[in-house]
Design a protein around this ligand. Structure first.
Ligand SMILES: Nc1ncnc2c1ncn2[C@@H]1O[C@H](COP(=O)(O)OP(=O)(O)OP(=O)(O)O)[C@@H](O)[C@H]1O
Length: 331
């Protein structure tokens, strides 16, 4: 379920200028596969694998210095009241206006990472830092994080019996805007958003997610995101369980929500959604609690084409690529 938001504090960390060499904890391997020579229409295809996701300053491929939205450094987390470490030193930087995707095997820690970012009580951070728009995210409780502009769509959206979708959305919107909005006024605000995600108004009277099909729940998550207009949307497998039409609707709605000022962090196993969104994006691979590799700033269509042509398994089976696939592809 999404968390209600309130006005984000427009506080941005100064963007560091990119150094000429990658930081010590990361190195780039240019993949010597055909896509290295291929240049996309945008003339900027650059495929790279890095061990340890580099920080923005380590990327070194950007000429401009965008505002850093989220900066995760050496993040380690265990399951609460246990010493089972799930996140083992994650590094990730997201600038405003960017789409980032995390792929990887089942159980590699993707959802845990997302949940740790929004302050899920099941996990305890043992090391590292997370700065969101210049503020220490780890010092905030989950509600404060959502107020600061974070939104998370969970893999399995929760049902809220006894609370209508309409009331829930209106309460969340009021909390974000810090002002009451009348049901009529809110309905007018909501209508175009319902149309964007192709949801019928009858879903407004139903209790939040109660009895919704898997696909309807996912659309409802996007509706919440559209209503709350978060700065950074973390979408955990928003594409799972969607039929072809629903996938296209969700992709279209997401594209409609993107502005140069907001960002998306998607967790997915399938490149299809990336294909449909058709925007530039960063693709990261998570393995055993670490972001171990990344494709930097590829146009998504090229990125997915490259992934499929480089790693034969992806041609036939749209599974999450792993670091092993990158290694095979580059040999
Ligand atoms: N609350 C918890 N209690 C026990 N184990 C947990 C808990 N949360 C995560 N784990 C374990 O941590 C590992 C990572 O889980 P996580 O859900 O983050 O993986 P994932 O990469 O999102 O997997 P998938 O692709 O299947 O969704 C798994 O082995 C999981 O069983």
């Amino acid at each position: 379920m999404a968390l209600p938001l309130s006005s984000p504090a427009p506080c941005f960390a100064p963007s560091p200028s990119p150094p000429k060499t990658p930081p010590r904890n990361s190195f780039l391997i240019t993949i010597p596969t055909p896509h290295r020579r291929r240049r996309c229409r945008h003339g900027a295809v650059r495929a790279a694998v890095a061990v340890d996701s580099p920080s923005a300053e380590g990327g070194g491929l950007r000429a401009e210095t965008p505002n850093v939205f989220l900066e995760v450094k050496d993040l380690r987390a265990v399951i609460k009241d246990s010493d089972k470490e799930i996140l083992k030193g994650v590094n990730l930087t997201i600038n405003e206006g960017e789409i980032h995707t995390i792929m990887g095997r089942n159980g590699s820690g993707k959802s845990t990472f997302a949940k740790v970012l929004v302050g899920h009580p099941d996990y305890e951070v043992t090391k590292g830092s997370v700065v969101f728009k210049g503020e220490n995210l780890l010092d905030m409780d989950p509600e404060e994080r959502s107020h600061a502009g974070l939104f998370m769509s969970f893999q399995s959206p929760v049902e809220i019996p006894g609370v209508s979708n309409m009331d829930f959305l209106r309460m969340a919107y009021s909390a974000k805007k810090k002002t009451e909005i009348s049901p009529i006024e809110f309905f007018h605000y909501l209508l175009p958003k319902l149309e964007a995600v192709k949801m019928d108004t009858r879903f407004l009277d139903r209790n939040v997610n109660e009895g919704f099909s898997g696909g309807e729940k996912k659309r409802n998550e996007i509706l919440q995101l559209a209503v709350l207009e978060a700065d950074l949307a973390i979408l955990d497998e928003i594409d799972s369980g969607l039929d072809v039409d629903a996938l296209q609707d969700v992709a279209k709605a997401l594209v409609g929500l993107m502005t140069p000022k907001n960002s998306i962090l998607m967790i997915t196993h399938y490149p299809n959604l990336l294909d449909l969104i058709s925007k530039r994006c960063f693709v990261h691979i998570m393995e055993d609690g670490l972001i171990v590799s990344y494709y930097q700033e590829l146009h998504i269509k090229n990125c997915c084409r490259n992934l499929r042509s480089s790693f034969p398994v992806l041609k036939y089976e749209l599974q999450s690529p792993t670091l092993e696939h990158f290694r095979q592809g580059s040999s």
